[in-house]
Each structure stands twice: as structure tokens, then as C-alpha cells.
Design a protein around this ligand. Structure first.
Ligand code: ADP
Length: 218
């Protein structure tokens, strides 16, 4: 389903969020103070406007309050990022996702009601480390200090066996969210679905349980 997003700040992070949302067919309003960046994004967004997102009048005139999701990707200028987030929450935008520069920034964003705080370099560092140290892990998303979602390749050890037969939840306490096979994705697979070699399993669970599954279950 097509959704509407506004992306504020077209640096490295904001620009990749904007391009990907637009590529997926969503409506994206791209905002930046820098004219060159905005011009570059006329082909990668539904509307690209030169505007200062720390100005309440500007945000109102752009109709930002009608957007369900707004991504604040103002980089180094922490003060602007905080002010913009504050204004968006005052305008009652339901989902304001903000890129944080550091822990101090994170704490302030939390206090003023940012709905999701993102640390791209930190999160990516963890994912890369997980990927580097395990041949079985394809991708890794940290949900909290304790819980993660991990993508694993199905090995010979579990190939041609059904989910019920493997009994991963009882043995390891992890749940299979989906199985990817080529372009197909089987979300919430049934107990009798059979896993094939090179399928990609997407599991959610406690980090310790996922590690046990990786070491002993695969
Ligand atoms: P990154 O680390 O993701 O590359 P940058 O700091 O390079 O982030 O980019 C942040 C972007 O946010 C820049 O393109 C900058 O012009 C834009 N920006 C900064 N302040 C504002 C503002 N008040 N309103 C809109 N855009 C802004």
C-alpha cells in the first residue's frame, strides 16, 4: 500500500531513505536547505523543496502535519535536529523517526517524544561485525539489548526437514518469522512447511538463544 513520507535532510542517510521509499512506490516529500541537494532529488522524490525545517511556519505551509511518517535526517546540526523534531511532535505528526548523532542527542530526542531514534553507524557496525564473524548469518537486526532478528542460511543439517520436525522453538526458544526461497517469501510458515538447502530463515529470539541455534542447530 502506498504511504506518504517526508524526509528532512538529504545527507548520506536521508538521501538513501528517500531514494528507497520512492523506489518502493511511496509518496515522498524531500526537504533540505541546500538547493543543489534538492535539485538532485527532483527525480528521486514526489516533491523536493528547499526549506528550513526548523521554521514552524514553513512546516505548516508544507502540510507536514498531514504526514503519517516523517524522517529527520539532519546530520551534524544537533540543535536543528532537536528543534525540528520538537516542532513535528507539536504538530502531532504520529511517527517521527530521527537520526541521532550521539548519546546526548539520543536522550534529548527521547524526552521530546521522537518515536524512533536511529544510530545508523552504530547499528550498521553491529550488523557488519555479526556478518563478518559468521558464515551462517546473512543479516542481523538488534531489537533491544536482549532480542534480535537474524537471517541464516539453511545448512545441510536442517535441509529437507519440516519446522515441526526441527522443533526450533522448543529446543532453542527462537521463532521462525519467515522463510525466503529465491524471490519468494513465506511469512509465518506452517509447522509442516519443509526447509530446503539455501533457504534463508528469518528468526526472532533472545540473542543467547539465537547464538545457540547458530552454533548447534545449523
Ligand atoms: P549525513 O551524516 O546523513 O550525511 P549530513 O550532515 O551530511 O548528514 O546532511 C544533513 C542534511 O540536512 C544536509 O543536506 C543539510 O543541508 C540538511 N539540513 C541541515 N539543517 C537543515 C534544516 N534546518 N532544514 C532542512 N534541512 C537541513
Amino acid at each position: 500500500m502506498k504511504k506518504q513520507f517526508a524526509v528532512i535532510g538529504l545527507g548520506r542517510f536521508g538521501s538513501s531513505v528517500c531514494r528507497e521509499l520512492y523506489r518502493m512506490g511511496h509518496e515522498v516529500l524531500a526537504i533540505d536547505t541546500n538547493e543543489d541537494k534538492v535539485n538532485e532529488f527532483t527525480s528521486f522524490s514526489t516533491h523536493a523543496v528547499i526549506a528550513d525545517a526548523t521554521d514552524e511556519k514553513v512546516l505548516k505551509n508544507l502540510g507536514v502535519r498531514n504526514f503519517e511518517h516523517v524522517v529527520v535526517a539532519i546530520g551534524d546540526n544537533i540543535q536543528s535536529s532537536i528543534l525540528c523534531t520538537l516542532l513535528l511532535k507539536e504538530l502531532e505528526v504520529p511517527q517521527v523517526w530521527v537520526k541521532a548523532q550521539n548519546n546526548y542527542h539520543h536522550k534529548v530526542l527521547e524526552k521530546i517524544g521522537a518515536d524512533q531514534i536511529i544510530h545508523p553507524e552504530y547499528d550498521m557496525g553491529i550488523r557488519i561485525a555479526q556478518h563478518l564473524t559468521s558464515e551462517k548469518v546473512i543479516d542481523y537486526i538488534e531489537l533491544s539489548d536482549e532480542y534480535s532478528i537474524v537471517e541464516f542460511f539453511a545448512t545441510d543439517k536442517i535441509a529437507d526437514r519440516s519446522i515441526i520436525d526441527l522443533d526450533i522453538r522448543a529446543k532453542y526458544g527462537c521463532t521462525i518469522l519467515a522463510i525466503k526461497r529465491g524471490e519468494d517469501i513465506n511469512v509465518s510458515p506452517y509447522p509442516h512447511d519443509v526447509i530446503l538447502k539455501n533457504d534463508v530463515l528469518i528468526l526472532i529470539g533472545h540473542k543467547n538463544d539465537l547464538k545457540r541455534f547458530e552454533d548447534h542447530g545449523l
